[in-house]
Design a protein around this ligand. Structure first.
Ligand SMILES: Cc1ncc(C[n+]2csc(CCOP(=O)(O)OP(=O)(O)O)c2C)c(N)n1
Ligand SMILES: [Mg+2]
Length: 626
């Protein structure tokens, strides 16, 4: 047997470089590079291996380990999970900085490979710098934190153990039902240890991504349910887009006339102006989608994990006799809401259902109602895009200006704050990959780092990262990575002096925005830095901050100025940051939706007591979907 003598880290890098995916006959290289921040635990292991054969995997330096995992997740989402980036870190804090990124990837079902350095397997000199010791368990390290947030986790304690572990890692990463973060913890001594690896381990491998068709009897039952429905509705989730099923979905919708709502991950499944597209569903839904959802008797969920935002905390599907049909590649999701489970690929499942529904269509009046609601909603978007609010513009106008500046294939990226909900309602999406809002983990700090990964995955598209001042201050450091790599982002930074989304939530539930503004503590306010008791706003110059990181940065004072700056940013070759202040109190309304956020059952504050009464009433509307 031919063997190659390599360190474990060298073997790993060689292995990663030859992994491929294949779907519909098209092959993709699976790892297009490796992000890393070096320290002890990877500088002389994986770092040495990347440096010795730089042609194998392109190395990208990051600023923050969390940021690099976000970039890898953004990349993987943009590539419909058929390719990703690996991430290497040192031991201890470098490793645990990746835990948030791992959770985000796993929740969003996105493949990322994490390679945290680990303490010595041979334990000659314990405790090493940054080693977390557990007195009662000798084989534990900080990397055990990754277990609950990974879909596959292993620690490579001998060099030859790499072979079965790496193969398992690939199985999970490329399986659309199982995918998420995969963590291979790499003890620093083992990374540097040599072994005679069989040459076969380094042969090109192609992992086929299947398009499993759901069980035919379940499909028959689903078709019968749809035929018997008065008011069916489709809810399109991220699975539609990852499966590249938007063409089949459109045909299905046009054939049957069943109207469709979109989740955050599923937005873009149909163009916004398609007459059957009702737009966003749920807590951040449109009037169109939430109205029709209310009456729906059969809800066909495709590729959705049914979060509380999608169901408006189990209130938006309000028909007492509602039943769900769930087409999902993961049986866990397919069984939610007591649904009829169609376990399989979205594209294959839609085609199979369409075959059973030939000749079927909803009443013309129902189809027309959807088309009318779609048009009505577009008028509402138009209104909110052009409020002309003074002296500060409303956030909806900022979104309108960015939407106007974006070409049909360009991408908007966002994750946390008040913008995801507004974007969900208002963004006019024209391309299945044009709307990229991370709302599974809704992680502040994803916006810029995730956008970096999006642009790396799709360099031919403009990428607009929309970020709040809170998220920006939490993590903007990957701007430096964008500048270093010559990767162009257009970052629109909406400044409202703090956590407006949470402030609004707090105010609406009786707590006056406590702790959500960036303001000086006012003397005598007893620390209640709430909206009505706060001092002056903090003098934070966000544009100067962005400029200091190497971006072309500008502060604009009106929507007209914003439009000009966006045009200049489009022409530019470098990363731009455009900072604009928006009126924190001029929010986009909710449209017949609610979100279950528990209010204190006892309080001395009248506003809290009143909010609790409303809460108890609203909660009665929640259904169990049994
Ligand atoms: C890492 C992280 N911490 C806390 C939260 C809770 N949270 C959600 S939105 C938000 C405020 C975001 O502020 P900003 O980015 O300025 O957006 P705005 O709400 O002002 O639109 C907070 C604290 C979160 N989603 N992520
Ligand atoms: Mg803010």
């Amino acid at each position: 047997m031919k063997t190659v003598r390599l360190t474990m880290a060298q073997a790993l890098v060689r292995f990663l470089a030859v992994q491929h995916t294949e779907r519909d006959g098209v092959q993709h290289r699976f790892f297009e590079g490796c992000f890393g921040i070096f320290g002890h635990g990877n500088v002389t292991g994986v770092g040495q291996a990347l440096a010795e054969e730089p042609g194998l995997l392109t190395y990208y330096q990051a600023r923050n380990e969390q940021g690099m995992v976000h970039a890898a997740a953004g990349f993987a989402r943009m590539r419909n999970r058929l390719a990703t980036l690996a991430c290497t870190s040192s031991i201890g804090p470098g490793a645990t900085n990746m835990v948030t990124g791992a959770a985000l990837a796993t929740i969003n079902r996105l493949p990322v490979l994490l390679l945290p350095g680990d303490v010595f397997a041979s334990r000659p000199v314990d405790p090493v710098l940054q080693q977390l010791e557990v007195p009662w368990r000798g084989d534990a390290s900080a990397n055990d934190c990754f277990q609950p947030v990974s879909r596959y986790w292993d620690r490579i304690t001998r060099p030859e153990q790499l072979m079965p572990s790496a193969l398992q890692a690939m199985r999970v990463l490329t399986n659309p039902a199982e995918t998420g973060a995969v963590t291979l913890a790499l003890p620093q001594d083992v990374q540097a240890e040599a072994y005679d690896y069989p040459a076969d381990f380094f042969e090109k491998r192609v992992w086929s991504v299947p398009r499993a068709e759901p069980d035919s009897r379940a499909l028959d039952r689903a078709a019968a349910m749809i035929l018997g429905a008065d008011r069916p509705i489709i809810i399109a989730g991220g699975g539609v887009i990852y499966s590249e099923a938007t063409g089949e979905l459109r045909q299905f919708v046009e054939m049957t006339g069943i109207p469709l709502g979109e989740t955050q991950a599923g937005k873009g499944s149909l163009p916004y102006d398609h007459p059957s597209n009702l737009g966003a569903i749920g807590a951040t839904g449109t009037l169109a989608a939430n109205r029709l959802a209310r009456e729906a008797d059969v809800v066909i969920g495709i590729g959705t994990r049914w979060t509380d935002f999608t169901t408006a905390s189990h209130t938006v599907f309000d028909n007492k006799h509602v039943h769900f049909i769930n087409l999902n590649v993961l049986d866990f999701d397919a069984h939610k809401n007591s649904g009829l489970a169609l376990v399989g690929d979205a594209r294959a499942g839609i085609a199979a259902l369409a075959g059973r529904l030939r000749g079927y269509a909803v009443d013309a009046s129902y189809r027309d109602l959807a088309a009318r609601l779609n048009k009505d909603w577009d008028r509402e978007v138009d209104r909110l895009y052009h409020l002309g609010h003074r002296p500060l513009p409303a956030q909806s106008e900022v979104i309108g200006a960015v939407n106007d500046a974006a070409g049909p294939r360009d991408v908007v990226v966002c994750a946390a704050g008040s913008m995801p909900g507004d974007l969900h309602k208002l963004w006019r999406s024209r391309d299945p990959k044009g709307y990229h809002v991370e709302y599974g983990y809704s992680c502040m700090g994803y916006e810029i780092a995730g956008a970096l990964g999006v642009k790396m995955a799709a360099p031919d598209r403009e990428v607009f990262a929309m970020v709040g001042d809170g998220s920006y201050l939490m993590m903007s450091s990957e701007i430096v990575t964008a500048v270093q790599e010559g990767i162009k982002l257009i970052i629109v930074l909406v400044d409202n002096h703090g956590f407006n989304s949470i402030g609004g939530l707090s105010r609406s539930l009786g707590t006056d925005g406590f702790g959500t503004q960036y303001r000086f503590r006012k003397n005598g306010s007893l620390g209640l830095d709430s909206d009505t008791a706060a001092g002056a706003v903090l003098p934070i110059d966000l544009a100067a901050n962005a400029a200091s990181l190497g971006a072309d940065a500008v502060r604009v004072n009106s929507i007209d100025e914003l439009r000009g700056a966006l045009e200049r940013a489009r022409q530019a070759t470098r990363t731009s940051v455009i900072c604009i202040e928006a009126d924190r109190y001029e929010g986009v309304p909710s449209y017949e939706s609610w979100w279950d956020v528990p209010v204190a059952e006892v309080s001395t504050v009248e506003a809290v007591k009143a909010a609790r009464r409303v809460y108890e009433e609203s909660k009665k509307k929640e259904q169990r979907y049994l």
